[in-house]
Design a protein around this ligand. Structure first.
Ligand code: ATP
Ligand code: NCN
Length: 214
């Protein structure tokens, strides 16, 4: 079995140390030698990001500098339309061929809303889903639509090796970081934040991305 490729989609507005920490944890625990961070251009279920796609990509590049396993995948930024994960996974599967294990990384909050995603039940036809829980977050309840779909699909990370796609892999992690909390702190007047890499913090200041609100 070839080693896997990880894809971590997100708004990254801005990228924080939790994103990078969990990307590295996925690499370590799942024998993933390359993991790409893939910023969305227009996220399907939320308002437009504050920072532009180019600015969010620049922050991703700064945050992952020095992490040889991590890279930027800018395919969604290059499409001038809403970014649906299924479109990207189909493309990546075609590029990588049938033998490469693909791991799409998402947080537990995203998993809980998975049934609102386009063609959500087909996502695992192309990749495994790696679900990372924030501290205190619960798995979807069994009687929910997503909870029912998960029955028989969930594996613990320790159950390696995995095939090319089809599983939902649970990874327990402890990253309290949140981009919403960072934006709120900066808008309240903070000039930096502990959850930002220094280079990302400097970029935000230079470009006045989340200016103080009166
Ligand atoms: N601290 C974290 N622990 C686990 N998963 C996370 C964490 N932060 C983000 N994620 C997950 O990473 C993906 C991309 O996150 P996103 O860019 O939206 O960051 P965020 O911190 O959740 O931002 P926001 O607060 O703006 O929603 C999502 O699937 C999200 O659930
Ligand atoms: O494909 C969809 O319908 C879909 C709906 C909601 C979110 N997503 C993806 O989920 C990832 C995390 O989204 P977000 O909003 O938490 O940053 C990001 O890659 C989004 O494009 C995808």
């Amino acid at each position: 079995m070839t080693s896997g490729l990880g894809i971590f989609g997100g708004t990254f507005d801005p990228i924080h140390t939790g994103h990078v920490g969990l990307a590295l944890q996925v690499c370590r625990q799942l024998n993933v030698t390359q993991l790409r961070l893939m910023p969305t251009r227009l996220p399907p279920h939320r308002g437009n990001p504050t920072a532009s796609g180019e600015q969010r990509a620049a922050m991703v590049q700064l945050a992952i500098a020095g992490c040889p396993n991590l890279s930027l995948d800018s395919r969604e930024l290059a499409r001038n339309r809403t970014s649906y994960t299924i479109d990207s996974l189909r493309e990546i599967r075609l590029e990588e061929g049938e033998q490469t294990p693909l791991f799409f990384v998402l947080g537990m909050d995203s998993l809980n809303a998975l049934d609102s995603w386009r063609d959500w039940q087909k996502l695992t036809d192309y990749a495994h889903l790696v679900v990372v829980a924030r501290p205190g977050q619960a798995w979807p309840i069994p009687s929910s639509v997503v909870g029912e779909w998960l029955v028989g699909r969930v594996r613990e990370a320790e159950a390696m090796p995995f095939g090319c796609c089809g599983q939902v892999i649970r990874l327990d992690a402890d990253f309290p970081q949140s981009a919403t909390a960072i934006r709120a702190a900066l808008r309240a007047g903070a000039t930096s934040h502990d959850w930002l890499a220094p280079s990302v913090s400097a970029y935000i200041q230079t470009h006045q991305l989340y200016p103080r609100e009166p």
